[in-house]
Design a protein around this ligand. Structure first.
Ligand code: UGA
Length: 438
């Protein structure tokens, strides 16, 4: 099939590359000529495991091209995927203007060329947006919604072997085309579910809202554990052994960040306000997530009696989660900014996200390896659970730190182990370990 993908951000680039990999001919359209040039070399503009290799393979096989020429991108397309951004606007609402602009572009192309591509909205959009796209196309093309469920750092795997594919689609011919397109990715317990368009749009938000809710829920219970002398590890294990509760997205820590959960939770709250059906759970989820970071940074400041002027604090992990260089809404940003404005010297290390982080927080000093970040530091704060932090050389850590203090925002160590190793150890929802008197 001949596919055009509009927007080469995270979703568009992964979608285009994976469809090209199954034999389709894909043109990825982006308005940024510099980005297009980089992409043509097989270089992804962000870090995502396996993506560049797959891109290069499809570019060499001439199944994947990148362009900023709308006419050539839309020419003869059987399917056009709209994958442009839907950021939170200045009024706090999901801004769908880029999606609607692409719909207008497609409408004028269709009018000029008399073609009839299927237009699929993959961007995350509030309920009703796909119908607005259909209105802009004035009935000339079949329109569908097809949300993505890709996790950064696992995006290729999630696309190739999805738990499910959701399509909001109401046109029978288009249903047949999408069934064929997704054939290589579904089956063997991975369903292709076709619903009405509005339900499909809602599935996307409801899924992210549910996952965000699990995270805020376990973080709220963590706070209760701390105040009541319980240990969240035991409480979590006890809860998760009930199959109805399950284990995933139930890790306590600094809360969620990234480009999706924070934005989508807010969009659900806005949708509720617009529909006069306030989303009370989602409002609490958002508040708890905000509070979690504030509470953790307060704990760091509290350790230093709220006087960190001249103290050196090391951050391990800057990305919003491991296996990405994305720092959007990363807890490390709030933590670094608060510490810097309180007068601390902050040094950070991240295997991938150091450059993106420094653009956000220019005053941070970046260390090029995890140990040199600790040199002379008064404490280390673990903000992201990169695997290389899970079993460091603790003797070296101790030797480098000025005081043996660890703030573990991701609960990657065991409190008892840390006490034995001689650290003062703070984590989330578990007892704080004081240094053993020798
Ligand atoms: C998320 C969803 O998982 C994808 O299904 C969805 O397609 C995507 O948003 C999107 O809407 O585009 P992503 O933002 O890449 O994917 O990251 P996740 O792996 O879901 O993690 C989100 C945040 O939750 C991270 O900050 C992570 O540290 C945090 N988290 C996750 C926890 O704090 N605790 C957990 O137990 C799990």
């Amino acid at each position: 099939m001949k596919i055009t993908v509009v927007g080469t951000g995270y979703v568009g680039l992964v979608t285009g590359t994976c469809f090209a990999n199954t034999g389709n001919t894909v043109a990825c359209l982006d308005i940024d000529p510099q980005k297009v040039e980089t992409l043509q070399q097989g270089e992804a503009p962000f870090f995502e495991p396996s993506l560049s290799e797959l891109m290069t393979r499809s570019i060499e096989a001439k199944r994947l091209v990148f362009t900023n020429n709308k006419a050539s991108a839309y020419e003869n397309a059987d399917i056009i995927f709209i994958c442009v951004g839907t950021p939170t606007g200045i009024d706090g609402r999901c801004d769908t203007s880029h999606v609607l602009q692409v719909a207008d572009d497609i409408a004028s192309h269709v009018a000029d060329c008399n073609s009839q591509p299927i237009v699929i909205v993959k961007s995350t959009v509030p309920v009703g947006t796909t119908h607005k796209v259909a209105e802009r196309l004035r009935g000339t093309c079949a329109v569908a919604n097809n949300p993505e469920f890709l996790r950064e750092g696992n995006a290729i795997e999630d696309f190739m072997r999805p738990d499910r594919v959701i399509c909001g689609i109401e046109d029978d011919d288009a249903k047949r085309v999408l069934t064929k397109l997704y054939g290589p990715f579904v089956g063997q317990g991975r369903p292709l579910l076709m619903f009405d368009i509005r339900s499909s749009e809602m599935v996307k938000y409801a899924s992210n809202a549910m996952l965000a809710c699990k995270i805020s829920f376990i973080n709220e219970i963590s706070s209760l554990c701390e105040r009541n002398g319980a240990n969240i590890d035991n409480v979590r294990t006890g809860m998760c052994s009930d199959n109805r509760i399950g284990t995933q997205f139930f890790r306590p820590g600094l809360g969620y960040g990234g480009s999706c959960f924070p934005k989508d939770t807010l969009a659900v709250i806005e949708m509720g306000e617009d529909a006069n059906a306030p989303c009370l759970v989602n409002t609490a989820v958002h508040e708890i997530n905000k509070r979690q970071r504030e509470w953790f940074v307060d704990r760091i400041l509290g350790h230093f009696d709220y006087c960190v002027k001249g103290k050196k604090i090391a951050l391990w992990g800057l990305a919003f989660k491991p296996r990405t260089d994305d720092v959007r809404d990363a807890p490390a940003i709030d933590i670094a900014r608060t510490l810097l404005s309180a007068g601390a010297e902050v040094t950070g290390f991240d295997p991938e996200a150091w450059e993106t982080f420094q653009q956000e927080v220019p005053d941070i000093e970046i260390a090029m390896d995890m140990y040199s970040a600790l040199d002379g530091a008064d404490a280390v704060v673990i903000c992201t659970e990169w695997s290389q932090f899970s079993a460091p050389d603790f003797e070296q850590v101790k030797a480098l730190l000025n005081s043996q203090v660890i703030f573990d925002g991701r609960n990657i160590y065991t409190p008892e182990d840390m006490r034995e190793l001689g650290f003062q150890y703070y984590s989330v929802g578990r007892p704080t370990m004081e240094i053993c008197a020798t």
